[in-house]
Each structure stands twice: as structure tokens, then as C-alpha cells.
Design a protein around this ligand. Structure first.
Ligand SMILES: [Zn+2]
Ligand SMILES: [Zn+2]
Length: 248
């Protein structure tokens, strides 16, 4: 499909999605007034979104509450070794954002990719995300079985918007998920690290050798999955790997 056709379809979708979907707040499910038809959240839920603001932890990118004598790293990150160079995320993973990400991932609301990626794009523009250094954007891959179940890779959709905005190349095929990993929510960081070990592979190293990569994911929790993906990319020659998620 040509870029022009894509953009026409995209505009069509933006215009008609509100006719297809009832105008309710996607977080609290209350009706949104007609005057705010372009919103996916009600005014109250919008206020409840917690943004990550500076100072940031120089590893996980979360807001740093206490800065220990010049060391800009949070207590959690001090305890572990992560293979990515630095993570960034515009929001905290709770409240309405958690709800929106859940709707996006599991309820087939593909159109949420646009407003959610907007949060990431605005964050890149406002804070020191090294977007100029980035040679290639890579979305966090899904295992093929999960991809078949879900029909789309949410990280791929976010990545497409970001790549388009900053005129960057994006590669959906170079990083692959080869191992089925069980849900990590109940696991500790050490257990997660073990769980994700060897779960990725690289299909061809030409794209990543000597390159600075921006790896896109929806959520960053302990960073175990992102760290393992970064480890794999570096094993195949990537010179730096940055992570950008919607929330952490
Ligand atoms: Zn609401
Ligand atoms: Zn941290």
C-alpha cells in the first residue's frame, strides 16, 4: 500500500472510530460529553495520569525521588545490572494509563496506538531522549503464537508512529522472540531474568552491527525482558540500545 493510501485510510479511521465506538472514557467507562468527542479519557481520568518528570533515574528512566550525592540512579537500579544503556517512559504504570494499555493490548483497540504513541513522541521532544543518535527503531517482538492470538504487535504500531514522526527507519523482523515465556507478573526480578534468558534471536545482523537502536515496548516493569533483548542485540553488534516504553 502506498504512503498516500495509508494516510487516507488513517484519516478515515480517525474520523469514524468515534461512530463505531461509543464515546465513553476508556479508563472509568463513564460517558464523555459530546463536546469532548476526540478524547479517549474523561477530564477526571486525564488528571489522574502520572507523568514521569525530571530528575530521571539514569537507568530505568523513572522519576527520581531522592538524588544520592550526584548519583542519578534509583535504589532499585543500583541493585541490578541491565544490558540496555538507558530507558525512557513518559508515564507511570498505574491508573488510567494502565487501563489504556490493557485495552490496547488485549481488547483489540488498535486505534489507541495513535494517542499512546503521541505521549511517547511528546516526551522525546521535551526531554533528552537521544533521537538524533538513533539509527534504527526496533519494536519488542511477540512470540509467533502470541502474535497470532493478538493479531497485531502493539509495540510495532507504536514504533511505526514514532519512526514516521522522526523520519527513522524501523525494522519489524530483525529481532525475533524464539522462546515462549510464561507471564512474569508474579515473578521477582531474578526469576524474570532467568525466565527470559535466550528468548530472543536476531535474524540478520547487517541492520544492527555498529548501530544505535531504540527498542520500543509498551511497558517497562523490572526491565528484565528489555535487558535480555538489549543483550541479544549487542551480542550481534549493536553499539547502544535505548528503551522507550509508554509507562514504567
Ligand atoms: Zn474516566
Ligand atoms: Zn532506576
Amino acid at each position: 500500500m502506498t504512503e498516500r493510501k495509508k494516510s487516507i485510510l488513517h484519516r478515515f479511521w480517525r474520523t469514524f472510530k468515534h461512530i463505531i465506538y461509543p464515546r465513553v472514557c476508556l479508563a472509568c467507562k463513564q460517558r464523555i460529553p459530546e463536546s469532548l468527542t476526540d478524547d479517549i479519557l474523561c477530564v477526571e481520568c486525564r488528571k489522574k495520569i502520572r507523568k514521569n518528570i525530571p530528575p530521571f533515574c539514569s537507568s530505568c528512566g523513572r522519576h527520581l525521588v531522592i538524588v544520592h550525592s550526584g548519583k542519578k540512579i534509583c535504589a532499585e537500579c543500583l541493585k541490578k545490572h541491565l544490558h540496555f544503556d538507558r530507558a525512557f517512559s513518559p508515564c507511570r504504570y498505574d491508573g488510567p494509563i494502565k487501563e489504556l494499555i490493557h485495552e490496547f493490548k488485549y481488547k483489540n483497540k488498535e486505534y489507541l496506538g495513535e494517542p499512546l504513541s503521541r505521549l511517547m513522541i511528546d516526551f522525546i521532544k521535551h526531554y533528552a531522549v537521544p533521537i538524533r543518535q538513533i539509527d534504527c527503531i526496533i519494536p519488542m517482538p511477540l512470540h509467533p503464537v502470541k502474535l497470532r492470538e493478538r493479531e497485531f504487535n502493539q509495540a510495532g504500531i507504536l514504533g511505526d508512529y514514532i519512526a514516521r514522526e522522526f523520519n527513522k527507519s524501523i525494522d519489524h523482523r530483525v529481532l525475533l522472540k524464539q522462546k515462549w515465556t510464561k507471564t512474569q507478573t508474579e515473578l521477582s526480578h531474578a526469576e524474570r531474568m532467568h525466565n527470559v534468558k535466550n528468548s530472543f534471536r536476531v535474524s540478520h545482523d547487517g541492520v544492527i552491527k555498529g548501530k544505535t537502536i531504540l527498542l520500543i515496548d509498551d511497558v517497562l516493569t523490572t526491565g528484565a525482558t528489555a535487558s535480555e533483548a538489549a543483550f541479544t542485540l549487542k551480542k550481534y553488534g549493536a553499539s547502544a540500545v535505548f528503551i522507550l516504553a509508554i509507562a514504567s
